[in-house]
Design a protein around this ligand. Sequence first.
Ligand code: ATP
Length: 439
Amino acid sequence: MKLQKLTLQGYKTFATKTDFEFDDGITAIVGPNGSGKSNIADALRWVLGEQSYSTLRAKRSADMIFAGSEQRARAGLATATITLDNEDGWLPIDYSEVEITRRAFRSGENEYLLNGQQVRLKDVAELLATSGLAERTYTIVGQGLIDQALSLRSDERRALFEEAAGINHYKHRRAETLRRLEETQRNLQRVHDILAELRPRVTSLKRQATRTQNYEQIFEDLHALLRVWYGYRWEQTKTELRQAHLAADQAEASWQESRRQVMAIQEKIDKLQAHIAETQGQLTEQQNAREQVREALEKARRDQAIMNQRQDLLQRQQTELAQDLPQLQEQQTAAQSELAAATADLDIAQTQLADAQSSWTAFRTAADGQQAEINRRRKELRQAEQDRQEHQRKLAQAEGQLAQLRERLDETTERLNSPVHWKRISPCLISKRGNWKKH
Ligand code: ATP
């Protein structure tokens, strides 16, 4: 057995991941008091499945986890892994290197891994039991154990040596074997009891056995006979089956023929149905036409009835008119005389009308001439009006000028009346109307 490596992370004083590699020879760990040397030995015990926390110098599982320091916060998980060399197969597992890991969470939960696979504590214990590395062995000797061993009584010391020598495992196995042996003896005793119970019933059991043998013989005979019978039935059934197949083939051929005929008939039926549908269409058209003719006939009958009624009415009216005819003829004669007189009056009136029309035409012509004259005069009048307005405008303009001249005349007259002025403008004369005249 060889311990190759121990890896701690978050375990007690080892907050960060720390690897301890154990080479050949003796490995000694030195350090000041309280630096954590014993914690390494505790970690080895712990990873091997130690359940007694007092042995690990603690009270509970959470004490295994780094509790924090001034520089570093506490860890949530403690992990310890040991790597064991198994080249020589001292552990009953097919690995040349075995890694056992134990983890503890703050919840108090612990879990175990064997070469990375999660396993139960029991699996770890069973694996180590055969090797003498079990949790309660003295592979790891803690502080004070030597003193304790020396102070033990001789029988207590024997137990300690036995445990350290690894014979506890064999003791357990011996105890287990003894327990199983006792159990087997108990089972043997029970078998003897059952035999004692069965012995008086042997004769009847023998009879039953003979009957059973007879039954088995008969059963075998029956089996053989049944086999012969079923063989015979099998052959017979095969013949019947062949005949049935032949009959089925004939029926199939007949069915095919019938099917062909049915299909031919079906084809004819389809054609006939198409013809019927066509005829049906024609019939519907004819029925529609007949309906139209019937309706026309009905209408003609109604019209005829109306015409008959009208004819009756007209005949009645004719009869009445025939009765009124003499009176009407008299009226006609009178009307004719009146007509002749009216015609004469009309002729006169027409002559008068022609005269009146010619007078009207003459009057019209004269009126048109007068209207043209009126239009011409109106035009002249408009022109005269325009001329008048022009003259009026010019007159107003002349009056304006005249007013100006009068003002100037008044001014000049005023100046002329002045003696000083008169001397200077002696060559000027003033007209009677006030206009200046230059000589
Ligand atoms: P000595 O030479 O006196 O035996 P040691 O080097 O063996 O000392 P350990 O007994 O292994 O030291 O370590 C004890 C130290 O471990 C103590 O300082 C204790 O505070 C610390 N310790 C124990 N448990 C934890 C924990 N869960 N978290 C942090 N520190 C812990």
